[in-house]
Design a protein around this ligand. Structure first.
Ligand code: XLS
Ligand code: NI
Ligand code: NI
Length: 434
């Protein structure tokens, strides 16, 4: 045991009237919602990078946090970091965590050293996982921080960077597989470009398509049963990211024959950066049959960059879970808090409070979503709005042609009359639940 969290013990559910800042007021893991435990619906994951690897820097200043595992450049410090991480998982009773290779291991000076460090820490994590109930939701490779990736990983003009990236992903897939990970994520950190003056876009897209196909081939080769997920994001760090949003990603997957193999990890903050709502991205993925998992971290609406804050807006979260529940839930995916503290939030208690608040908001949102589904008001309104499509006439039309429709419009003198969309009524309805 480290003494990092001092006397903070396991967070308990105390109900909505509790004033204890370190208690759940809405998240009761065992409460049944639509026939399933709340924990099994939400499948919360702690993000190793923001909670343990990020040191509090921003573009204008460096480290603000002081942690016993800094500097993060030795195996010994990586192990202390892992010890503290698992202590936090236990305090939160977190069902899952997620990591990048660079979050868990020190950076080596060569591929071989990176690999040796990764393998050593994976063994250490495996031991910790045996003594813990926290499982791995997903692993991923950081192919964007080191300067070798400045012009992209699989989209780099230099084939040696493609090779280094492919080898790194193989090692991270092996690590994820060994730790029983339920998904493997690829966020295309620097898969994009700054200027077309030096960028061959079609070559880069083809290389990225081949790279992702290799990932899928390797998944099948090693018998990894997890989902392969790509995570859309429209800009930052590259000016133009190839994985702009859910629709763009799906088009890419189809072009490279991957639409039945790869799903999407959608992040609330990235949806906002793309000019969408989170539920738009979720509904888009659902329409394509491509919803995989979510990163439930909000962005600031004014700043225009990825602020990765813990969720704190119940109506937004409720609408996200409404669509997810209607689609049958998160399945192998989960709710990852790709969220970090503000850099002034220096203390271990802040780390716990951020997660407790985020988990509670998600629980409130999930309960509101389930209540709306059980009440059926939105569903009824939707069915009424589209009821014309249940008629035989509408069905016949869809198996007809432009001329058969033309003839019918002329013969029956079809003259459609607009009907209200009732948006205000529906917004007022939602507000009863959130
Ligand atoms: C960055 C992404 C990243 C992915 C994992 O904006 O959200 O954190 O989730 O590489
Ligand atoms: Ni992000
Ligand atoms: Ni993310």
């Amino acid at each position: 045991m480290t003494d990092f969290f001092g006397d903070i013990s396991r967070i308990k559910y105390e109900g909505a009237s509790s004033t204890n800042p370190l208690a759940f007021r809405h998240y009761d893991a065992n409460e049944m919602i639509m026939g399933k435990r709340m924990e099994d619906h939400l499948r919360f994951a702690v993000a190793y990078w923001h909670s343990f690897a990020w040191e509090g820097s921003d573009p204008f200043g460096g480290q603000t946090f002081e942690r016993p595992w800094y500097p993060q450049n030795t195996m010994a410090s990586a192990k202390v970091k892992a010890d503290v991480a698992f202590e936090m998982f236990d305090i939160l009773d977190a069902p899952f965590f997620c990591f990048h290779d660079v979050d868990i291991r020190p950076e080596g000076s060569s591929f071989a050293e990176n690999l040796a460090n990764l393998e050593e820490i994976v063994d250490y994590l495996a031991e910790k996982m045996e003594a813990s109930r926290t499982k791995l939701l997903w692993g991923t490779a950081n192919l964007f921080s080191h300067r070798r990736f400045m012009s992209g990983a699989s989209t780099n003009p230099d084939p040696e960077v493609f090779a280094f990236s492919a080898a790194t992903v193989k090692s991270c897939m092996d690590a994820t597989h060994k730790l029983g990970g339920q998904n493997y994520v690829l966020w295309g950190g620097r898969e994009g470009y700054e200027t077309l003056l030096n960028t061959d876009m079609s070559r880069e897209l083809d290389n990225m398509g081949r790279f992702l196909n290799m990932v899928v081939e390797y998944k099948h080769k090693i018998g990894f049963k997890g989902q392969i997920l790509v995570e859309p994001k429209p800009q930052e760090p590259s000016k133009h990211q190839y994985d702009f949003d859910a629709a763009t990603c799906y088009g890419f997957l189809q072009k490279y024959g991957l639409e039945n193999e790869v799903k999407l990890n959608l992040e609330q903050g990235h949806a906002i950066l793309a000019g969408h709502s989170f539920e738009h991205e979720i509904a888009t993925a659902i329409a394509m049959g491509a919803l995989g998992s979510i990163d439930m971290n909000r962005n600031d609406y004014q700043s225009g960059w990825d602020t990765d804050q813990f969720p704190n807006n119940t109506p937004e979260v409720a609408l996200a879970y409404y669509h997810i529940l209607k689609d049958g839930g998160l399945k192998q995916g989960g709710t990852n808090f790709d969220s970090k503290l503000r850099r002034q939030s220096l203390d271990p208690v802040d780390l716990i409070a951020g997660h407790v608040g985020g988990m509670d908001i998600c629980a409130r949102g999930l309960k509101a979503a389930a209540a709306m589904i059980e009440d059926g008001g939105l569903e009824d309104a939707m069915n009424a709005r589209y009821s014309g499509w249940d008629t035989d006439g509408a069905k016949d039309m869809m198996s007809g042609s432009l001329d058969s429709i033309f003839n019918k419009v002329v013969a029956d003198n079809i003259n459609p009359q607009p009907r209200s969309g009732r948006q205000e009524v529906l917004e007022n309805y939602v507000n009863r639940f959130v």
